[in-house]
Design a protein around this ligand. Structure first.
Ligand code: F42
Length: 148
């Protein structure tokens, strides 16, 4: 399953390369964060301004078939712009975690639900805790559930 529309590669070359190597290999290559054994997923979405198809890599945080999508951007002061794509088009998203992408619906979580997912995220990728220390913004967490 893939989203229709013109794909515009990510402005960050290393992300574009990871996305394309992951997809080309059906998830057999480029499936961990560079120089680590920590798994990543590929998230495809629709640009909230351009309507174009955008793709990013994120750390894999999975629990009972759902995924957390953590808008950390290394603890930068501002959200990554993909945050606004997911807010605008929560139903136009696919996740690839292995050979084939599948449709998901995403929702931003808060309160206890966010706390539970944040714990899972930090367990999967400990640097998330440092990133939150680095910034006053509360790092947004989306939960992606498989769409019907
Ligand atoms: N980023 C994270 O935030 N969290 C992670 O866990 C994470 C893990 C990760 C693992 C591997 C890897 O290779 C990268 C990883 N990244 C992670 C980086 C992630 O893949 C993104 O590159 C990063 O979060 C930055 O995302 P971004 O959407 O801010 O990218 C910018 C640089 C970008 O692509 N800008 C485009 C541009 O042309 O400048 C525009 C992209 C876009 O979506 N435009 C929208 C549109 O309508 O088309 C408009 C957006 C708007 O509202 O302005």
């Amino acid at each position: 399953m893939s989203l229709q529309g013109e794909y515009v590669p990510n402005a960050m070359g290393w992300v574009r390369d990871q996305v394309e190597a992951y997809e080309r290999s059906g998830g057999k290559e480029a499936n961990t964060l560079q120089d680590t054994d920590m798994p990543v997923i590929i998230v495809t979405m629709v640009g909230n301004k351009s309507g174009k198809v955008r793709k990013i890599a994120l750390m894999r945080v999975e629990h009972d078939g759902e995924y957390a999508l953590v808008a950390s951007l290394g603890g930068a002061p501002k959200h990554p712009v993909w945050y606004y794509n997911l807010k605008a088009n929560p139903g136009d998203v696919t996740i690839q975690d292995g050979a084939e992408p599948f449709p998901v619906r995403v929702r931003e979580v808060d309160g206890d639900e966010r706390a539970a997912w944040w714990e899972r995220a930090v367990a999967a990728y400990p640097p998330y805790a440092e990133y939150q220390e680095r910034t006053d913004r509360t790092i947004p967490v989306f939960v992606a559930s498989r769409a019907a």
